[in-house]
Structure formats: structure tokens, C-alpha cells
Design a protein around this ligand. Structure first.
Ligand SMILES: NC(=O)c1ccc[n+]([C@@H]2O[C@H](COP(=O)([O-])OP(=O)(O)OC[C@H]3O[C@@H](n4cnc5c(N)ncnc54)[C@H](O)[C@@H]3O)[C@@H](O)[C@H]2O)c1
Length: 197
């Protein structure tokens, strides 16, 4: 019995991998190392794979069977808002294509629990200061749209074949639980802060 973490070599995923390892849970990581680093996963098995690539679903099914995966935490995605506006089809291909392969592989292998790293970008520009879970979701860029569609995919698989699905919509993450797991990208927060000084 183990947990598969897609994008486990990335900023947030590596934190989850370490926490799972600390509580004694078996973890397997699937990552194409496009922004992640293999050194961040603390000896967990790494399957190097583009989850949106040709044949990825079959590799995911085999990985889930080999490691007796019962649960998946899905982080692997492209996440740059500006780039998603310039290259929308790349974002749809990666984020939606990747998620379709993950969910299909879960159905085929018998893994039933999925936590999806969604985003507050699903809300767009909500007309309230405090955004509650039931505020209307109106994303304003392709990145946010891919996250909203990802939530629909999870919901629909839950209805169709019993996937147990949760999507977490968080805002910009900052800081690190361990010194070696800091965010190697400075895409969001630091430019925003520098704009204001
Ligand atoms: N960082 C934030 O503030 C934030 C906020 C809300 C949601 N999220 C979401 O959380 C997730 C993780 O974000 P992060 O900040 O850790 O990003 P990150 O870029 O550090 O991690 C993403 C990981 O996924 C891997 N990856 C990307 N595309 C892949 C593919 N096609 N196949 C296999 N692996 C692939 C990368 O190599 C990397 O290891 C993303 O889905 C992101 O959209 C992030």
C-alpha cells in the first residue's frame, strides 16, 4: 500500500513527500523533473515520466500496480499564469492531458483516493475580500481554467466510477518547512513584492 505523489520533486510536492516519509508511509514519485529536482525526494522511488506524454497512462497504470498504490496526490502541472496566457494549448495539453491520464490510470489500477492540487486561480477576481469555498469560480486565465476543469474531471470520475476526490484551492505558497526544500522559482511573490517597493 503506497501513495503516489505526482510532481513530488517540486516545491510543494517535496514537502508532502517528506511528511509522508516521516509518518512511515510508502511513497512513490512520478515527475518529469521539468522544474523539480530528484534530490528533493529523500530516496523515494522516482518514475521519470511526462504524465501528459504519449503512452503515459500505461506507465502510470503499471507504476500504480507495481507499488500497490491506493492514493494519489496530484501536483504535477505547469503553473505560470503569464506563460499560460501566451501558450494556452501547452497548458491544456499538460494540465488537463496529464490529469486525464492520472485519473484513467487510477480507474484501471484500482487506486481510489485522489487529492488534487487545484488553485485559488479558479476564483478569478472574486467580488469579496474573504473568499469562501462557495464563491463563484470564474478563472481569468488559462492556468486557472485548467485547474477548474481538473476539478470537474475529478467530480465526474467520482460520479462515474467512485473516485474519492478532493481539490485544494490554495493561494500563493511561501516559505519552506526545511531549508533544503525552499522554492527554487521566484515567479510569483518576489516580483510582486519588488513592484511595491
Ligand atoms: N506554488 C503555489 O503557490 C501554488 C498555489 C496553488 C496551487 N499550486 C499548484 O500546486 C502544484 C505544485 O506547485 P509547485 O509550486 O510545487 O510547482 P513546481 O513547479 O515546483 O512543482 C511541479 C512539479 O511537477 C513536475 N511536473 C510538471 N509537469 C509535469 C508533467 N507533465 N509530468 C510529470 N511531472 C511534471 C515538475 O518537474 C515539478 O517537480 C501545481 O499543480 C500548482 O499549480 C501551486
Amino acid at each position: 500500500m503506497s501513495v503516489l505523489v505526482t510532481g513530488g520533486a517540486g516545491y510543494i510536492g517535496a514537502h508532502v513527500v517528506r511528511l509522508l516519509q516521516q509518518q512511515g508511509t510508502e511513497v512513490v514519485v512520478v515527475d518529469n523533473l521539468s522544474t523539480g529536482q530528484a534530490s528533493r525526494i529523500g530516496g523515494a522511488p522516482l518514475v521519470e515520466l511526462d504524465i501528459a506524454g504519449d503512452g503515459a497512462e500505461d506507465v502510470l497504470v503499471q507504476t500504480m500496480k507495481d507499488y500497490k498504490v491506493t492514493s494519489v496526490i496530484h501536483f504535477a502541472a505547469q503553473k505560470q499564469v503569464g506563460e499560460s496566457v501566451a501558450r494556452p494549448m501547452f497548458y491544456y495539453q499538460q494540465n488537463i492531458g496529464g490529469m486525464a491520464n492520472v485519473i484513467s490510470a487510477m480507474e484501471k489500477s484500482g487506486a481510489r483516493d485522489l487529492v488534487f492540487s487545484s488553485s485559488a486561480a479558479t476564483y478569478g477576481m472574486p467580488p469579496v475580500a474573504v473568499v469562501e469555498e462557495d464563491v463563484d469560480m470564474k478563472p481569468i486565465n488559462p492556468y486557472g481554467e485548467t485547474k477548474l476543469i481538473g476539478e470537474w474531471m475529478g467530480r465526474d470520475a467520482a460520479k462515474a466510477w467512485g473516485l474519492r476526490f478532493a481539490g485544494l484551492r490554495y493561494f500563493n505558497v511561501a516559505g519552506a518547512g526545511w531549508d533544503d526544500l525552499g522554492d527554487p522559482a521566484i515567479l510569483n511573490l518576489i516580483p510582486m513584492v519588488l513592484d511595491r517597493v
